[in-house]
Design a protein around this ligand. Structure first.
Ligand SMILES: N[C@@H](CCC(=O)N[C@@H](CS)C(=O)NCC(=O)O)C(=O)O
Length: 345
């Protein structure tokens, strides 16, 4: 969200959320407790980066980061969703699995987020490590047999991005798009911040590390252009989405439809055991379909051909019924109905 505000030249101040006060405040203001939240100058509260960015795009027409070209627009939305909802998995893994990350980040987060709880800091840190592993790594499908496969996602991502950022400054050209902002989610505060993935990034993908900083330093006055159409070197990311992310979304749809709060799924040969179901991610899949269906000819058949070439079209439509709640997420970005994973249900 900060990268978005900087790229768009939106002035903001950052404030810490405190546990447990901010959780109560979030629920009262927004219906869900998650970060980041944004308070507008008129006092209104907002949640969910994806929905907030789309809302800000409608409010500030000049220098939009969602392209008008329908194929590029769809690509941006797909890459944003993938980076936000799937690359987050290796990001959480690296942060909480290895003691080096878990000790550093539990110290950092407890020092920053907890001020009034009358408990020893060491206990709070231990409890946070337990909570995060139980909610987001081992307790969200990444058991011992999924560790190597989860780390391989990061390795391939670095190869894909390094190739791109050795050729040009941003994913679609010489200025950022929503796709860059989506990838900044896992990169800016996770891969380029946490000790283990940062060391890998430094050694294996220096051009990608430079992109993290370049995005942070971008301002609308710097200008730039997008290329025409979809660059071929995005293809390997689309292959990955077709092989892994969309099949995961389908396994999640099956779990939500069956009311199974945890599920097992082998995705791209990686056995995830006891992954948490996510109602929010059913909505993500529905949004991607709706975007494609809203596209007119000739863009739609061209995009479908591209998706098909990279194994994304079949898994996008592999489930006929999506088990959405009535009006699910209709209140976003001013009111949320579900959290990212099912920890509030
Ligand atoms: N879809 C939301 C997800 C936000 C989210 O889940 N944020 C995490 C921290 S990065 C969170 O607040 N988790 C709440 C918790 O652990 O209880 C978005 O993109 O804003």
């Amino acid at each position: 969200m900060e990268n978005y505000f900087r790229v768009r030249g939106v002035p903001y101040t950052q404030e810490t959320m405190y546990f447990p006060e901010s959780v109560k405040q979030n629920i009262a203001n927004l219906g869900v407790a998650q970060m980041p939240t944004v308070q507008l100058g008129d006092g209104r509260w907002m949640t969910d980066t994806t929905a907030m960015i789309q809302w800000f795009e409608t409010q500030i027409p000049e220098h939009r980061i969602i392209p008008d070209d329908p194929a590029q627009r769809f690509l941006c939305l797909l890459l944003e969703d993938y980076a936000d909802e799937w690359l987050w998995r290796p990001a959480m893994h690296y942060r909480w699995y290895y003691p080096k990350g878990a000790y550093l980040l539990s110290r950092h987060l407890v020092d920053e987020l907890v001020r009034n709880l009358p408990a020893p800091k060491a206990l709070l840190r231990w409890n946070l490590r337990r909570r995060q592993r139980g909610g987001y790594t081992a307790g969200d499908g990444v058991g011992p047999e999924a560790v190597a496969g989860t780390e391989a996602i990061y390795g391939r991502t670095l190869e894909q991005l390094e190739h791109i950022f050795s050729q040009r400054d941003f994913l679609l050209g010489s200025k950022p798009s929503l796709a860059d902002i989506g990838f900044s989610g896992p990169f800016f505060r996770h891969f380029a911040f946490d000790p283990i993935p940062l060391e890998i990034l430094r050694q294996q993908a220096p051009a990608t590390l430079a992109w993290v900083a370049r995005l942070w330093a971008y301002a609308p006055s710097k200008g730039g252009e997008w290329v025409e159409g979809i660059p071929n070197d995005i293809g390997p990311i689309l292959d990955e989405i077709g092989r892994a992310y969309l099949p995961y979304l389908n396994a999640n749809v099956d779990a939500v439809a069956a009311g199974k709060k945890t599920f097992d799924a082998t995705i791209d040969n990686v056995p995830y055991r006891g992954a948490r179901y996510s109602r929010y991610r059913v909505w993500c899949l529905a949004q991607l379909r709706a975007e494609l269906e809203a596209m007119a000819a000739p863009a739609r058949p061209q995009v479908e051909e591209l998706l098909n070439r990279h194994g994304c079209l079949d898994p996008l439509y592999a489930r006929s019924e999506l088990p959405l709640l009535p009006d699910q997420e209709a209140g976003l970005p001013f009111n949320g109905s579900t959290k990212m994973v099912g920890v509030n249900e």
